[in-house]
Design a protein around this ligand. Structure first.
Ligand code: FAD
Length: 454
């Protein structure tokens, strides 16, 4: 069986360097069959949003190029992943299936079931740690429980053994023969047509590992020193913009961690940036222990929150950037146009939706899920619940952002807002769709109901 091919199943790790499953497959010595499965059918797997589909198309093209340059080949298949991989094992006569682990609930179910079935059939199944620096179950409180507060969690991570060094890309891949058929990428229709709304995404982003590494280098060369001071200013290009690349694993957190280390960047910028990588880890830690994070309040007492009946017009005004609150409209338009939004503005727009419009955080989370290129099964719901007050280590509900004060503090010369809401200077800009003071009071009154019921 040792010369029976090895299947490497790519998922959230669309890269060839620091890919332990691929490296182990090459080392095993038999021909390697690389596969990506578009799984929209396994129970509980969340369908990708529109912006993520756009990204995935580009990312697969990039990965295919990288694999081919090494002599490999990427096979594309669509369907429930467990069934697809089992059938590929048959077709290719594979003796081994390797993958890097994933941490979402439904995804783990698929993987566990598949591993059991294949192992029973004599296939060598191996999984590897590649997408998180600290796997969720490895960091525990002294009582053996998961963490629910970031600061002690991150302290425990930093005290744990240093994340391993990244692996180099394999020198060459011996591919299996061409007899295993692949779908055409175009047949998946990942790119939008009628209308093609993705112009702004294409102008802003280049999916793929090469672009990810370029972004990392630029960040380390030019920005990390001022990161701590400027990271909250949406008009300044101060952050790494690595999030969609990390989401799809075009770059690994080990590569980022050690690149930062090797530059010997010290001071606030580097440690602040490392801690942001820590928030990504923490979001996955929380999701691992609460797999329904996108649909259920992490703090159960929030189930008593009296969300008023939805006014769909208010939700649409928020989505389209027509609320009459400049920084909120700027953020929502940036999101629609570029598939991204600055972190500070994500917090402001999310607070406005949940606390001024009193719209359930889940509706905001879904909109971001559909429109963000970095939409992430852990970070998105985690951060929404953080802003809404229902989440782990969340901002207290009574801390309602005042969007006007936020704008004057973090966009003091109005550069960011004017970029996305140019009519502020030329035409009459509408009044806010809600009174900020009154809606704040209404939110606090609703919150008191949660507290009195807990
Ligand atoms: P940098 O400031 O350069 O940070 C480096 C990396 O650290 C990021 O690429 C990201 O991987 C991670 N990171 C930074 N902040 C956070 C955070 N608060 N939570 C988790 N990871 C973080 N981030 C996502 O990757 N996907 C999402 O779906 C997502 N949804 C969000 C929803 C809301 C309501 C809010 C408030 C934040 C959300 N974030 C999400 C977190 C954050 O806004 C983005 O990670 C960040 O803006 C990405 O820009 P950057 O890569 O330049 O970040």
């Amino acid at each position: 069986m040792a010369d029976a091919p090895t299947i490497v199943w790519f998922r959230d790790d669309l890269r060839v360097a620091d890919h332990p499953a691929l490296s182990a497959a090459v080392e095993r010595g038999a021909p390697v069959l690389c596969v990506f499965v578009l799984d929209e059918e396994s129970p509980g797997i969340r369908p990708l949003g529109g912006a993520s589909r756009w990204w995935l198309h580009g990312s697969i093209e990039a990965l295919r190029g990288e694999l081919e340059a090494l002599g490999g080949r990427l096979v594309l298949r669509r369907g429930p992943a467990g069934r697809v991989i089992r059938s590929l094992v048959e077709e290719a006569g594979a003796g081994a299936v390797f993958w890097n682990r994933r941490y979402g609930g439904p995804e783990r179910e698929v993987d566990t079931e598949l591993k059991a079935a294949l192992t029973e059939g004599g296939v060598d199944v191996r999984s590897f740690a590649a997408n998180l620096l600290f796997e969720p179950w490895t960091i525990r409180t002294q009582q053996g429980a998961p963490y629910s507060v970031f600061t002690p969690y991150w302290r425990a991570c930093v005290a744990a053994p240093e994340p391993r060094h990244p692996l180099p890309a394999p020198g060459a891949i011996e591919a299996t023969g061409p007899d295993v058929a692949s779908d055409e990428l175009a047949s998946w229709h990942l790119l939008p047509t009628r209308p093609d709304w993705a112009d702004g995404l294409g102008e802003t982003w280049t999916p793929g590992a090469a672009a990810a590494h370029e972004r990392l280098e630029t960040f380390l060369d030019e920005r990390v020193g001022d990161y701590a001071d400027d990271r909250d200013r949406p008009a300044v290009d101060a952050t790494s913009r690595l999030s969609p690349h990390l989401r799809w694993g075009e770059i690994s957190p080990f590569e980022v961690w050690h690149a930062l280390r090797e530059r010997r960047v010290h001071g606030d910028g580097a440690s602040r940036f490392r801690a942001e990588l820590g928030w990504r880890e923490f979001a996955w830690h929380v999701l691992f222990h609460a797999p329904e994070l996108a649909t259920r309040n992490w703090r159960a007492e929030f189930d008593a929150f009296p969300w008023p009946r939805l006014h769909p017009a208010a939700l649409v005004a928020w989505q389209r950037g027509r609320t009459g609150v400049p920084i909120v409209d700027a953020g929502m338009r940036e999101l629609w146009r570029t598939g991204s939004m600055h972190n500070r503005v994500r917090m402001v727009t999310a607070s406005f939706l949940t606390k001024n419009l009193l719209i359930d955080w889940r509706l905001g989370e879904q909109w971001f899920w559909d429109t963000l290129v970095d939409a992430d099964a852990a970070s998105n719901p985690f951060n929404w619940q953080w802003v809404a007050g229902s989440g782990a280590d969340a901002a207290p509900y009574f801390r309602v952002f005042n969007p006007l004060l936020q704008a004057s503090k973090f966009d003091p010369d109005g550069r960011y807002v004017r970029r996305w809401v140019p009519e502020l200077e030329t035409e009459e800009y509408p009044a806010p769709i809600v009174d900020l003071g009154e809606s704040r009071e209404a939110a606090l009154a609703a919150y008191r109901k949660v507290r009195s019921s807990s």
